[in-house]
Design a protein around this ligand. Structure first.
Ligand code: ADP
Ligand code: MG
Length: 238
């Protein structure tokens, strides 16, 4: 299960309101994409959900459990960063297993999870390599693998493909769609790229200036944008 409810969420940085009262429901198995111009608060909203920023006010609950003040590691969520954030001195295997080793999980269980993730992501032949000996796409897969081994209720992605070249972006987009299907996972995905949003999402959340302008399926947004902003950003002119 992964049923995420966000209520009246606000975030103030240095006296500036960055997230201005967000209400949002994310359902089990949904692929939800936050889209909007640079600086509109996409990453902040994702980081609030991940617990990497403290909320100013409002609540976040996951499957009925209030996680607003729960530490990131105990939220049952896993974040994949744009910059991958891999440990440079560790092998691919260790990068993927590190958090589980730290949590004291049984070695054979950890190895099974790493093998499983490596199979899904086609990283099996790269397990002993260090990140610097990997391509951008391979590094991104390791970062995703690190999330998969934790078996989270929700995967959080912050512009995971924006450091990749155009061809690889298209390939990874297809892989993410497959992953979403194969893992039967709930995913929240941040991008400023309309094409990514429209091709990946079950549900698109259009953000502007810290507020939600519209939530809907790609088709609904495309054909029935609620205002000029959404139309300009995604849909047809109204
Ligand atoms: P996006 O991901 O949509 O580009 P962000 O969520 O990163 O936008 O940023 C939204 C706004 O919040 C920006 O104006 C940014 O400068 C501000 N902001 C983000 N993080 C911080 C922070 N830690 N301290 C102060 N301001 C921040
Ligand atoms: Mg951002």
């Amino acid at each position: 299960m992964a049923d995420l409810k966000i209520r009246k969420l606000r975030k103030v940085f240095d006296g500036l309101e960055i997230i201005k009262g967000v209400d949002l429901d994310i359902n089990d198995h949904e692929f939800v994409v936050f889209v909007g111009p640079s600086g509109c608060g996409k990453s902040t909203l994702l980081r609030l959900i991940a617990g990497l920023e403290e909320v100013t006010s409002g609540t976040i609950s996951l499957d009925g459990r209030d996680i607003t003040d729960v530490t990131p590691a105990k939220r049952d969520l896993a974040m994949v960063f744009q910059t991958y954030a891999l440990y440079p001195h560790m092998s691919v295997r260790k990068n993927m297993s590190f958090a589980l080793d730290l949590a004291g999980i049984d070695k054979s269980e950890v190895e099974a999870k790493v093998q499983d993730a490596a199979r899904i992501l086609e990283l099996g032949h790269l397990l002993e390599r260090k990140p610097k000996a990997l391509s951008g796409g391979q590094r991104q897969r390791v970062a995703i693998g690190r999330a998969i081994v934790r078996n989270p209720k929700v995967f959080l992605f912050d512009e995971p493909l924006s450091n990749l070249d155009a061809a690889l972006r298209v390939q990874m987009r297809l892989e993410l769609a497959r992953l979403h299907h194969d893992l039967n996972a709930t995913m929240i995905y941040v991008t400023h790229d309309q094409v990514e949003a429209m091709t990946l999402a079950d549900k698109v959340v259009v953000l502007n200036g810290g507020r939600i302008e519209q939530v809907g399926s790609p088709m609904a947004l495309y054909h029935n944008p609620v205002n000029q902003f959404v139309a300009g950003f995604i849909g047809t002119p109204k």
